[in-house]
Write a protein that binds this ligand. Structure first.
Ligand code: PLP
Length: 415
């Protein structure tokens, strides 16, 4: 994989990645291996695999050849040192938090966060981890929150749904200077638009369910070690994982503990769907980003729209940062209509935009945020996160740009 990665561009690397290792029968895709267990002629070899002294598979919960091939692909996309796949993006977040954090630890997290990740922090608080949520668009807020017990700083690149962009570079510098693990959820940008490694993140998370898969036909998640964090500085590595070289400590513990303790392993069929989807991600992202910008510009210019949040707009507070760090501005946006327009009526007038949760799909998806994914947390918490009650989240698909722009416009015109 590394040869391809060095020589070629993103899509060439992804499309030809599997062939960097032997593929059974010359198959062009890594085959779907459904066996959950692996037999050995020599029982000693099985023991060596169990002890981590030889490469090999033993039981599907800890590893599978089809899943490994996808791990290689995601790892190449992120330019990482190792990647582990999980059953969903939330499984990836749950895996790294439960395997790395302990009671008494302190975490600084962006307050602009996917609701389910905020739910993980609520769970971790119940287990004795102190989580402080700050406005991470300014590194000063992160720095002010750090304590001697801070083990992790956690941010999303572009926050879902309001599109705030964390002060990524400066938070990376701060974490490096203080020896703190910097974890970036790269889901909204994907490794095509942004590599978390470039801002000094130690771990990068991707929900593979979104743009990497793209077809809404498989759930998956991944954690990538960028190779930048010095695991010798991390106090909670169990002794049995310290027998491996130091750069491998973190991922060895995350894989062993999380896949064993709660077993949210990615299945081979899902891995296959995601790997096939990944081949066209860059093409899809180019299209959906261009369409998103056109839709955002149209909405912003229309007086019937109160606010548009999209990093590609000059009015976005972190537009310059996005222009500097990201290849393009992505498919995620949100907007508020003027108060006299009911957001449900508006959504019901759309012909292409489908009222559905999910992001990064080939189809354009629209969602009333406060009444769905952020309903459970209540109005007060929503207000703190800057979520208006009429906010509409949009995930732009790969349909023809003119058709999508026209659909958002006709739904306004019908008012
Ligand atoms: N991280 C972010 C930023 C997300 O938006 C999502 C899902 O929307 C996830 C993680 C969770 O991913 P999954 O749905 O694959 O569990």
């Amino acid at each position: 994989m590394s040869n391809v990665e060095k020589k070629y561009g993103f899509t060439t690397t992804v499309v030809h990645g599997d062939r960097q290792k032997d593929i059974e029968h010359g198959s062009l895709h890594k085959p779907v291996h459904t066996s959950v267990t692996y037999g050995y002629q020599d029982a000693r070899q099985l023991a060596e695999v169990f002890q981590g002294r030889a490469q090999g598979y033993r039981y599907g919960r800890q590893g599978n050849p089809t899943v490994s091939a996808l791990e290689d692909k995601v790892n190449a996309m992120e330019g990482g040192s190792a990647t582990i796949c999980f059953a969903s993006g939330m499984a990836a977040i749950g895996a790294l938090t439960q395997s790395l954090l302990r009671a008494g630890d302190h975490v600084v997290s962006s307050i602009f966060l996917f609701g389910n990740t905020a739910s993980v922090w609520q769970t971790m608080r119940g287990l004795g981890v102190d989580v402080e949520m700050v406005d991470a668009t300014d590194v000063a807020n992160v720095e002010a929150a750090l304590t001697v017990n801070t083990r992790m700083v956690f941010v999303e690149t572009v926050a879902n749904p309001r599109t705030q962009i964390a002060d990524l570079k400066r938070i990376g510098d701060l974490c490096r200077a203080r020896g703190i693990l910097f974890v970036v959820d790269n889901t909204m940008t994907s490794p095509y638009l942004f590599q978390a490694k470039l801002v000094g993140a130690g771990l990068s998370i991707n929900s593979l369910t979104k743009s990497i898969s793209g077809h809404a036909n498989a759930l998956g998640g991944a954690v990538t070690d960028t190779g930048l964090f010095d695991w010798a500085q991390y106090p909670h590595i169990y002794d049995n994982y310290k027998k491996f070289p130091t750069p491998q400590w973190g991922m060895t513990q995350i894989r062993a503990k999380s896949l064993r303790d709660f077993g949210a392993s990615l299945g081979p069929e899902a891995a296959h769907h995601i790997a096939v989807g990944a081949e066209t991600m860059a093409l899809r992202m180019d299209r959906s980003s261009a369409t998103a910008l056109a839709v955002a510009e149209m909405l912003e210019a229309d007086p019937r729209v109160a606010k548009v949040y999209y990093p590609g707009l000059k009015s976005h507070p972190q537009h310059e940062l996005a222009a500097e760090l990201f290849r393009s501005y992505g498919y995620l946006m949100s907007f508020e209509l003027q108060p006299e327009i009911d957001c449900f009526d508006y959504l019901n007038r759309m012909k292409l935009g489908i009222s559905a949760t999910h992001l990064g799909d080939n189809r354009t998806l629209v969602l009333p945020v406060s009444q769905t994914i952020f309903y459970e947390i209540g109005q007060e918490a929503r207000a703190k996160m800057g979520l208006a009650e009429s906010l509409i989240r949009v995930s732009i698909g790969i349909e023809d740009t003119a058709d999508v722009v026209a659909d958002f416009k006709q739904a306004l015109d019908q008012h």
